[in-house]
Design a protein. Structure first.
Length: 370
């Protein structure tokens, strides 16, 4: 398949791996990927095992389902309990445990919860059920927010008054700022390809300018990731941090202006809580007043129990890159893909799910070997 097989050939992978080993040096380097698709690809293709001992690649808050705080899960559960209501959601959200329930559990109790693959599917359901409220659980980064914005605009234009959204969207650059100001010294970020296809490269400029942090926007195949890591190493070793776009076949300098305009039309930035990190200023998206008729929080009053994190779950530390999943006492024991305790084991892009499926559980951290 074009643009897939070319980036998986063993010969170029071997050559690039050798170049990484030659250029890495002995001083420890810590790089973080902040995209769930990268997290899965890195684990699936054994990228960590190919790196020299001095390079540590850790996973950050790149999974939108994982960073959705307990309070938002509880809100989604409360919505599912409302009479004459259909809740629509992407499949990853079903099993995420709330404080006392989950969407999957509520569905088993009879709530009308439907998995959709597109926000527009939810809009179609609303059109077919004009006597019921249809709510879409809006979870995702800049990648999915434009499609939600498009559905809200269409609902208003077509007078589909029974369609609304619970907006729990997150913005990636503010999270990178929060991570850069945290206790973990990060030498470089493997920036998300999908998000960057929407926002372009300019929103990352503050990282090298303010924090002297290397940045490379990467694709998702083995050669993409290895080349991006090599570029990060070169930036750090040359003491020349900047923003490089390795994923030029999909990411343009200015991203997707039309998608960004849709987001700006419908949403405005707001402070938002991230699981494991806390409140990050201007890192969320709220629905603008002119679209308040499609904002479920403006339409109904929800009684939500106080949010409580699962006892013993260390998802927050995993999302900050402070620990690896096997260091959580629940990992692989009570927390399994079929019986998840934390969000990081639920999502198909979650770090715990990636480690459980692909990763060596006992590989030492760089900090333990250098």
């Amino acid at each position: 398949m074009k643009y897939v097989e070319e980036f998986r050939r063993s010969g170029p992978v071997k050559n690039l791996t050798e170049r990484i080993h030659r250029s890495a040096g002995s001083d420890p380097l810590i790089f973080m990927e902040v995209c769930g698709t990268h997290t899965m690809a890195i684990a699936r293709y054994g990228i960590r095992e190919l790196l020299p001992a001095s390079v540590e690649l850790i996973s950050g808050p790149g999974c939108p389902v994982c960073v959705t705080p307990q309070q938002e899960i509880d809100r989604a559960v409360a919505l599912a309990r409302l009479p004459e209501t259909i809740v629509t959601t992407f499949g990853d959200m079903m099993k995420v445990p709330g404080s006392a329930s989950s969407l999957e559990f509520e569905h088993g109790r009879g709530a009308d919860i439907r998995i959709v693959t597109s926000t527009l599917d939810a809009l179609v359901i609303a059109g077919k059920n004009p006597d019921r409220n249809v709510v879409f659980i809006g979870v995702g980064f800049e990648t999915t927010a434009p499609t939600v914005a498009a559905a809200i605009k269409m609902a208003k234009e077509r007078h589909i008054h029974n369609f609304s959204v619970l907006s729990a969207h997150k913005l990636v650059p503010p999270a990178l700022k929060a991570l850069s100001e945290g206790p973990l010294k990060i030498d470089g970020f493997l920036c998300p390809g999908h998000v960057s296809a929407i926002i372009g490269i300019h929103p990352y400029e503050f990282l090298p300018e303010q924090y002297h942090t290397a940045c490379v926007i990467s694709g998702f195949e083995p050669l993409d990731i290895l080349e991006s890591l090599h570029l990060l190493i070169r930036q750090v070793r040359d003491n020349a941090p900047g923003i490089e776009n390795q994923y030029k076949r999909a990411v343009r300098k200015n991203g997707n202006p039309v998608a960004r305009q849709w987001m700006d039309d419908v949403f405005s930035p707001c402070d938002s809580v991230w699981r494991g990190i806390g409140m990050i200023p201007d890192s969320g998206l709220k629905i603008r007043p002119q679209y308040a008729g499609h904002d479920i929080l403006q339409r109904v009053h929800l009684e939500v129990e106080p949010a409580e994190e699962p006892a013993g779950c260390r998802c927050g530390e995993v999302l900050r890159g402070v620990i690896r999943p096997p260091e959580c006492p629940l990992f692989g024991k009570s927390c399994l893909p079929e019986t998840p305790v934390g969000a990081c084991m639920v999502s198909g892009e979650g770090t715990c799910a990636a480690y459980y499926r692909y990763q060596s559980w006992n590989a030492p951290l760089v900090s333990e070997t250098v």
